[in-house]
Design a protein around this ligand. Structure first.
Ligand code: ZN
Length: 139
């Protein structure tokens, strides 16, 4: 991974073999970004996407093991129990240009990943919401 500071954030390039959710979370922790947003594009493999089933109050998970275009990753950083957490979603496409997407649990950079991280000027925390069973942003 390589990065460059910009006037309002960081440009981050992730390289082949790096797991994107963990490396972006580590980057945020190392740079003391406790809140902010991330957007990105690139190509991923070994992707695990999720769909939150409100009836079961749990994520259904599905693996995608080929190489996919990462058409769009968007997410946010916030603290959960003093640890920085990245919540992100991904839209991916295959060789037939079929598109799918979901909550991104993990994905490995297959070619490159180009991300822009913009820190927020405030701290954001998450806490367990009993109704959904999810750690929602506290406002
Ligand atoms: Zn999600």
């Amino acid at each position: 991974m390589k990065s460059r500071k910009t006037t309002d954030g960081y440009l981050v390039r992730c390289d082949i073999g790096e797991e994107v959710v963990s490396i972006l979370t580590s980057f945020a922790a190392e740079n003391k970004i406790s809140a902010g947003t991330v957007i990105g594009i690139g190509a991923l493999k070994d992707i695990v996407l999720g769909y939150f089933d409100m009836t079961k109050k749990e994520y259904l998970r599905k693996e995608f093991n080929g190489i996919y275009e990462l058409l769009s990753l968007s997410g946010n950083f916030a603290k959960l129990n003093s640890e920085i957490m990245l919540h992100c979603h991904a839209v991916i496409s295959d060789a037939d240009y079929s598109v799918t997407g979901g909550h991104l649990f993990s994905g490995v950079i297959a070619i490159t990943g180009e991300f822009y991280i913009r820190p927020a000027d405030t701290e954001i925390n998450r806490a367990l919401d009993k109704f959904t069973g999810l750690n929602l942003i506290k406002l």
